[in-house]
Design a protein around this ligand. Structure first.
Ligand code: NAI
Ligand code: MG
Length: 514
């Protein structure tokens, strides 16, 4: 097997520092194990395309259990040393790793844009900045890894708890915000003294591999390992590996359930960040200058709606319904769909043929619904620059019942539905009528109503008069079938990436001083 060390491959970098395709070619066929960017054990690879023009940007190893074993073994060896490094020193190394990524952010964000089709200016650049910020934050929090002392129940007994590393952590990530989610899985785990193996999403492996490669300049070998491959073939053996003692996953509900099932066999804890069918709610007294752009931001249209927090069911009070709907349509017309790497583009391309078809299928259902109206969008672009690539305009519908699949399923494309209401109680029960419980946004000037909504809405991430994306230091996770556990803030590191011992020490009687 050929081993390509990081030194040699860095030399190739000088070719054209700004062309992300040189990077994806350089990273092709590689995994990162034990600090080495190397070929995989698996002898097959799959193509990775740029959703903006469908060109092949590289190939990634189709890893199976042999590579999962290799990576877990490297992580297991590294763990023995890493857990012995003082926590704040681990944190400092993590912060240096974040600094190193920041130094190369121009390249990283371009590879992210190329991988995902997400627009560079509106998505890939801020996502890269958030990933760096979150990594740095957890580095700084390493000193918070402390237990408690407990008042002793018996004389002479010292009673305390510890916070220790769990061991080897597996992370399985999706493609929609791969870099931020990568950081959210690895940074708390590594700061807490664990070592990690991440399986990238098959659609977007390179940006994560690049970030991990850069971080590996500052971390000891084996602390952070990255492999690629399909779910059942690569993700499953990684999750099932007996040495892996913690799994953190972001993705679909169905896969989250499967992963929880694999982990249950060895009683291994899992953190799951799954989907949503989230409500955005505009009450009659809302400040529409906030609410109208808020609906658009809340739907994450500039990420093609490919966000678990996308508020795709927009409840609007009857009294202001027409004004809001017209206002949203006017603003959607200003969104520029186009080449993800072009700085003037607001909204890039849908990730894959599969997700593109999914959007088209839901639009087919919508268009065949009697009474349905396409308020904005709803047709594939005809501009020849946008016909090769998975481009679809921001789409806003109404006239569709809450029982339609369009209103019940997570579409994960740029399609939202407006729903008029006149009764607050009825609207809240409709908003809650979903197996999911991820996020919710509401616009009102009425504090009492706002607090009532906070109390009654079944969602883990609740906002009023705003709809920010999840970020560092904001504890984030879903209720109901949207997930298990919280991530992105200190409590995630303490509660989900640490093991704890309860210690009782009897002081006995003092020995004789010699
Ligand atoms: P997915 O849930 O199938 O894939 C996410 C990750 O899980 C990928 O890395 C995949 O390789 C891995 N995976 C799949 N099956 C696995 C298995 N049996 N064992 C271990 N790992 C496995 O999501 P996909 O297929 O990319 O998208 C389908 C739908 O899932 C979307 O339309 C959307 O509704 C939802 N989704 C939600 C996300 C979120 O942020 N909550 C992110 C991505 C997708
Ligand atoms: Mg899948």
């Amino acid at each position: 097997m050929t081993r390509i060390d990081v030194e040699t491959s860095n030399a190739d970098r000088t070719m054209d520092a700004n062309d992300p395709r040189n990077e994806t070619r350089r990273l092709s066929g590689r995994i990162l194990v034990d600090g080495v960017l190397r070929e995989a054990e698996a002898d097959t690879q799959f193509e990775v395309i740029h959703p903006g023009d469908l060109s092949v940007i590289g190939t990634a190893p189709r890893c199976g259990s042999a590579d999962a074993d290799l990576a877990v073994e490297a992580a297991r060896r590294a763990q023995i040393l890493w857990r012995g490094v003082p926590a704040r020193d681990r944190g400092r190394m993590l912060q240096k790793a974040a600094d190193a990524v920041e130094t190369e952010h121009v390249l990283v964000e371009r590879v992210l844009s190329l991988d995902t089709g997400n627009a560079l200016r509106t998505q890939a650049r801020p996502e890269t900045a958030s990933a760096i910020d979150l990594t740095r934050m957890f580095g700084g929090l390493a000193g918070e890894l402390k237990g408690e002392t407990v008042p002793a129940a018996t004389r002479n007994v010292l009673h305390y708890t510890t916070r220790d590393p769990i061991g080897v952590v597996a992370g399985i990530i999706p493609w929609n915000a791969p870099l931020f989610l990568f950081a959210a899985k690895i940074a708390p785990a590594i700061a807490a003294g664990n070592t990690v193996v991440v399986k990238t999403a098959e659609q977007a492996p390179f940006c994560v591999l690049l970030m991990a490669e850069i971080m590996n300049r500052e971390l000891p070998p084996g602390v952070l390992n990255v492999i690629s491959g399909y779910g059942e073939e690569c993700g499953r053996p990684l999750v099932e590996h007996p040495v892996v003692r913690k799994v953190t996953f972001t993705g679909s509900l169905a896969v989250g359930q499967q992963i929880a099932g694999y982990a249950a066999q060895k009683l291994c804890p899992v953190t799951l960040e799954l989907g949503g069918k989230n409500p955005g709610i505009v009450l009659a007294d809302a400040d529409l200058d906030l609410a109208i752009p808020g609906i658009i931001d809340g739907m994450r249209y500039t990420r093609q709606g490919q966000a678990c927090t996308a508020a795709s069911r927009v409840f609007i009070h009857e009294k202001i319904y027409d004004r809001v709907v017209e206002g949203v349509a006017a603003k959607l017309a200003e969104i520029r769909v186009g080449d993800p790497l072009d700085e003037t583009t607001d909204m890039g391309a849908i990730i894959s043929a599969e997700q593109f078809e999914r959007t088209l299928n839901y639009m087919e259902i919508a268009k065949n619904t009697p009474g349905a109206r396409v308020i904005f969008g709803g047709e594939k672009p005809v501009d020849p620059k946008l016909t090769t690539g998975y481009y679809y305009p921001p789409t806003f519908l109404d006239g569709i019942g809450l029982d339609s699949e369009v209103c019940r399923d997570e579409i994960f494309g740029p399609v939202a539905t407006a729903l008029p209401f006149n009764d607050f109680d009825e609207m809240i029960s409709q908003a809650n009528d979903t197996p999911y419980g991820l996020s919710a946004n509401l616009w009102t000037r009425d504090l009492s109503r706002a607090l009532e909504y906070v109390d009654r809405i079944e969602a883990g991430f609740v906002q009023v008069n705003q709809c920010a994306a999840p970020r560092s230091n904001v504890s984030y996770g879903g209720l109901k079938m949207s997930g298990l556990g919280k991530e992105y803030a200190l409590d995630s590191m303490l509660n989900h990436f640490c093991a704890s011992k309860t210690v009782l020490i009897n002081r006995g009687t003092p020995g004789n001083l010699v």
